[in-house]
Design a protein around this ligand. Structure first.
Ligand code: FE2
Length: 496
């Protein structure tokens, strides 16, 4: 029994009926199973297959004008034509109400196009152009590397066929299905020219931009001149081996974000450990399995681009924080002082490393929302009116929203940005949190922020002494507004 028959039998035994009641072709459920199997087979053997999605043009109009029975008759006839035109190994199914799908094993997109055109022209001839079909084609792995993206690629081609006026067969344009590859620039490093050419041809066939280097020094020189999305490096090279090259890349702050895949003929654990120690992001044996290589490249390029995006956002946010300090003439150096002092207090209260890091970042970012507070309020030489206070209080929520895109990187620092004006008795803002609802890092930031404000000249008063500032903080602790323990730690630290 062949694989198709085996899968059909298994599906019948475990799920039930495999055919569509109206048209007699395979049902959607078993088609998905065939699709998965075909992807797996191609991954195993490096083969190709194609998917055609066939849509009946204006079926809704036919149903409305002539009744659903007429529509059903048309679907049955089209299913008959699809079945008659396909090879025995091809798999036809009813993909949805008015959509058929055909899997063409071991068939590239051009061959599938010819097979699909036979279906389209036969339908056109049979119905004398009164009823037509549009067909979208995508090939695996040429257009997609997963079954979901293959279906999406075929749907995209189908939409294009409709846009071109229906009754057309269209192959999915490559560049639209693989946006990642358009700009992905890969540096390949190998002292063997034959290997370089083979890898270059392979990568270029998938539309990657490829730059070659024949040794480590040349690679480092090229890396200094242009931005790359990935480095594929050989291990055994004269002068500087792949491990050393990788180490140097990862020690250089301007290029360490570029992922490195090490290609090695050495299939021993020691080499893999050495590659990890050198900072390699991945390693593969030579020659690499093509499917696996492209999957890893795609994943690492994606990760690198996400990281680059986050770095850009991060740079913008930290420049905004510095802009706020420049806007507020009375708080020069406040960010740095608050950041450093809160870290010292955090250490004294026994916080974790990540909480200490949050205090450092939170200290830098806590007042970033003041970017939205008008200068005349920020620098007012006198107490703020109730209306002005309401505007000033919004800086916590605005700051939180500015920093939200970096939530995965900021961790608890984001909590500090939002909650550094909360009070233990619930009278703070923006959320009126109480007691344990307020994190320890936000409590520390609250105390340190007020302390620094008290000992600094403000628009409406002169700086007070450290002792007076601590006294005020202690009073706030006794009133149940600030964390008295944190105030105690601050007092001890100031005195030390
Ligand atoms: Fe604040």
């Amino acid at each position: 029994m062949d694989t198709q028959a085996e899968l059909r039998q298994l599906y019948e035994d475990t799920v039930g009926n495999v055919t569509d009641g109206l048209t007699g072709v395979y049902s959607h459920g078993i088609f998905q199973a065939f699709l998965t199997e075909e992807c797996n087979r191609c991954n195993r053997y490096g083969e190709v297959f194609s998917l055609a999605l066939i849509d009946v043009d204006f079926l809704g109009k036919l149903n409305t004008q002539k009744g659903p029975l007429e529509g059903d008759q048309a679907l049955k006839k089209i299913a008959e034509i699809v079945t008659a035109c396909k090879r025995s190994v091809d798999i036809a199914s009813r993909f949805s109400d008015d959509l058929f799908a055909v899997l063409y094993p071991k068939t590239n997109a051009k061959e599938a196009f010819q097979a699909a055109e036979r279906i389209r022209t036969t339908v056109d001839k049979h119905f004398h152009s009164a009823l037509t079909i549009s067909i979208g084609i995508a090939a695996y792995p040429e257009h997609a590397l997963t079954k979901e993206s293959l279906v999406a690629a075929a749907q995209q081609a189908l939409r294009e066929a409709k846009l071109r006026g229906h009754n057309k067969t269209v192959i999915c344009p490559k560049n639209e299905t693989q946006p990642l590859k358009d700009a992905a620039k890969i540096l390949i490093v190998d002292d063997d020219d034959r290997n370089l050419k083979l890898l270059e041809a392979l990568l270029r066939s998938h539309e990657y931009e490829v730059i070659k280097a024949s040794n480590g020094e040349e690679a480092l020189s090229v890396l200094r001149q242009a931005d790359f999305d990935l480095i594929l490096s050989d291990v055994m090279m004269p002068c500087m081996d792949g491990f050393e090259l990788c180490r140097r890349i990862k020690q250089n702050s301007s290029i360490r974000m570029v992922p490195v895949i090490m290609l090695t003929a050495l299939d021993d654990v020691a080499s893999k450990v050495k590659a990890i120690e050198a900072g390699a992001d991945d390693f593969m044996n030579k020659p690499p399995n093509k499917m696996e290589l492209f999957a890893r490249i795609k994943s690492l390029v994606n990760l690198k681009r996400t990281n680059s995006k986050m770095t850009s956002i991060s740079n913008v946010i930290f420049s905004l924080a510095n802009t706020v300090e420049a806007k507020d003439g009375y708080t020069q150096g406040h960010i740095e002082r608050v950041s450093n002092l809160s870290v010292c207090i955090g250490r004294r209260t026994g916080l974790t490393v990540s909480e200490i890091e949050a205090l450092k970042l939170g200290g830098a970012l806590h007042d970033i929302g003041k970017i939205a507070v008008p200068d005349q309020i920020l620098n007012k030489p006198g107490p703020l009116s109730p209306e002005e206070w309401e505007i000033m209080k919004k800086h916590t929520d605005i700051g939180f929203k500015i920093c939200l895109p970096l939530k995965d990187n900021l961790g608890m620092a984001l909590n500090i940005v939002r909650h550094h004006h909360e009070k233990l008795d619930g009278t703070g803002y923006p959320d009126g949190l109480k007691g344990d609802q307020i994190s320890m890092v936000a409590r520390i930031m609250a105390v340190v922020d007020i302390y620094d404000a008290l000992i600094t000249d403000r628009p409406y008063r002169k700086a007070m002494s450290r002792a007076d500032a601590i006294r005020i903080l202690e009073e706030e602790g006794q009133k149940g507004k600030l964390d008295a323990d944190v105030v105690g730690h601050l007092k001890t630290f100031i005195a030390s």
